[in-house]
Design a protein around this ligand. Structure first.
Ligand SMILES: C[S@@+](CC[C@H](N)C(=O)[O-])C[C@H]1O[C@@H](n2cnc3c(N)ncnc32)[C@H](O)[C@@H]1O
Length: 147
């Protein structure tokens, strides 16, 4: 968990989509920097966050109190894998949990994607973005080394 510029850069795909407005579901609160970045856009109506750790919620929610009070932020404490999306629709779903796995095989992220995709216009995953970035850098390095 961090709230540095590097952290925000890692969420740029989802933040860019959130900038168009609407509703967001984030799985994983951390220090709340992704939620905060979304809430900075006036066009964002509501951000739902599902966070597993009650300790993380207790620590971070007070710093987001104004958004909770005005109803634009709702924090659901629980396992995102058990979160029931029935009857809901989000413009952006961002999977920001510490998912296990390797490129192309991230079981928790894959399960969440499958569960939430019918309820979202777009679903992205932090771990899959990191794998994709690593793959791109590795192939650039390989091309550079060979040419
Ligand atoms: C990488 S951090 C998120 C960092 C975040 N980008 C920030 O702004 O600080 C991952 C978060 O996901 C939570 N988490 C891990 N597994 C989870 C699960 N199955 N369901 C919900 N939250 C989970 C962790 O407790 C942690 O708060």
């Amino acid at each position: 968990m961090s709230n540095t510029e590097l952290e925000l850069i890692q969420h740029r795909a989802a933040i860019r989509r959130a900038s168009f407005g609407g509703t967001v579901l984030a799985c994983g609160l951390g220090l709340g920097c992704f939620a905060r970045a979304c809430l900075a856009f006036d066009a964002i109506e509501r951000v739902d966050v599902v966070e597993l750790s009650p300790d993380v919620v207790a620590l971070v929610a007070p710093s987001l109190a104004e958004h909770i009070a005005d109803g634009r932020l709702v924090i659901h404490q629980g396992d995102a894998l058990d979160f029931d999306p029935s009857g809901s629709w989000w413009d952006v779903v961002w999977l920001d949990i510490w998912a296990r796995g390797s490129p192309g095989h991230t079981p928790e992220s894959d399960a969440l994607r499958q569960r939430l995709a019918p309820h979202a216009a777009w679903v992205g995953s932090w771990i899959d973005e990191q794998h994709e970035t690593a793959r791109t850098l590795a192939s650039r390095w390989l091309i550079g080394a060979l040419c």
